[in-house]
Design a protein around this ligand. Structure first.
Ligand code: ADP
Ligand code: ADP
Length: 224
């Protein structure tokens, strides 16, 4: 079977992590979310975490040189030979170019960039109501996807938390950073014919069905 090298693109709160959970199950792909990787590094107090923390707390992007190597290592690992799902990377044109530079010598290329589109108002509502299981990263929403028992994870009962950067002032800044530094990637990937757009204001199941259908069509086209 052909490789499936995928990127999830979209503003913070678009539902990238929510969709990734489903796609990883559908396609059995290794999933690399730079936000999760960085938060784990901060929690463990590694050098990467120490370098990243102050940027993350402010809602700024960590510098490209800090994050590029982290992803380069993973896409070149044995588990990623048949493909990968990237979430939250690339987030700048520099990172997109670094990714292309890392794939080229491996004789690989991207299959598609899945762009989940939602407006700023939805982003604010989604991020301010987001709650996460700090152990597993599983995501809930106080209004749109509440846990069965308020404040606790459905599966392991862990107390849910609000991410430090999901507070209103930081959310606004992260949105500005998205429009300024990450949104230009939409045009970049459109020009390469890789972009696939999805209406992220629909329900998680509807967005998922649409992505699945698109990937199925892409695979059929590749076989022709
Ligand atoms: P969200 O899921 O809300 O979009 P993430 O969990 O992906 O947010 O990212 C949280 C923070 O981690 C970002 O605000 C940024 O500081 C840092 N970060 C994550 N990925 C990258 C990246 N590719 N480049 C630079 N910074 C990143
Ligand atoms: P991202 O990874 O892009 O930052 P998440 O998947 O963490 O986004 O979703 C952000 C918040 O919005 C979470 O609280 C999640 O439960 C909720 N959410 C995700 N997708 C949808 C959707 N289609 N409709 C309503 N709420 C959603």
């Amino acid at each position: 079977m052909s490789e499936l090298n995928l990127i999830l693109l979209g503003p913070p709160g678009a539902g990238k992590g929510t969709q990734a959970e489903r796609l990883v199950e559908d396609f059995d792909l290794p999933y690399y979310a730079t936000g999760d990787i960085l938060r784990a590094a901060v929690a463990e107090g590694t050098e990467l975490g120490r370098k990243a923390k102050e940027y993350m707390d402010r809602g700024d992007l960590v510098p490209d040189e800090v994050i590029v190597g982290v992803i380069g290592e993973r896409i070149d690992s044995p588990e990623a030979l048949d493909g990968f799902l990237l979430d939250g990377f690339p987030r700048t044109l520099g990172q997109a170019e670094a990714l292309e530079d890392a794939l080229r010598p491996l004789g690989r290329r991207l299959t598609a960039v899945l762009s989940i589109e939602v407006g700023d108002e939805d982003v604010v509502r989604r991020l301010s109501g987001r709650r996460v299981n700090p152990k597993t990263g599983r995501v809930y929403h106080v209004e749109f996807d509440p846990p069965k028992v308020e404040g606790h994870d459905d599966i392991d009962g862990t107390k849910l938390v609000q991410r430090d950067d999901d507070r209103e002032e930081t959310i606004k800044h992260r949105l500005e950073v998205f429009h300024d530094q990450t949104e230009p990637l939409v045009e970049h990937y459109e020009a390469k014919g890789l972009l696939r757009r999805f209406d992220g204001s629909r329900s998680p199941d509807e967005v998922h069905a649409h992505i699945r259908a698109t990937l199925a069509t892409l695979r059929l086209e590749e076989q022709l």
